[in-house]
Design a protein around this ligand. Sequence first.
Ligand code: HEC
Length: 148
Amino acid sequence: MKAERTMLKIGCVLVGLFLLSQAPATQVSSDSLQPVATMKQLMLDIIYPASNSILLVVNRRGPSDDKDWAEVRRSAMTLAESANLLIMRNRTPAWIADARMLTDVGTAAYKAAEGRNVAALAALTGQLDGSCTTCHKQFRPAVFPPRR
Ligand code: HEC
């Protein structure tokens, strides 16, 4: 009888320790994602300027010096990672697939910039544009009304 009680107490302590060890982990994961920007702010203040800066460098003068390449690298990484910000706000498969197009083109542009490959970078402008319009056609019906 005494041994049984002791076992029960030990059991309770173990369960308690297990629960304690789980609690902080769940708290951290729910608190750690705190979206700040609205979708519109993400577009206007992060994604559009990044894509625009790449297109301007490519179309105006072509990247030629360290400063240009650094700008392309920075913007390319911004685009690639901003897809994760988009996915943070919407986990539906179609949205995720569209956002990943940004990751892909951003990653490719980053690699081109690292290798200072003007031709490879220039070849990505269509894909860059496509990554925006594919999602906008699906998720901005006010701008792209569904065809009748
Ligand atoms: C995964 C989806 C998605 C991708 C990818 C995406 N957008 Fe958007 N974009 C949206 C949505 C949704 C809105 C509408 C936001 C709102 O008004 O709340 C929007 C709105 C915009 C706006 C208008 C903001 C305003 O004034 O209302 C601009 C500019 C914009 N996007 C630029 C871009 C550019 C440039 C790219 C590509 C480099 C891009 N977006 C990629 C979903 C996307």
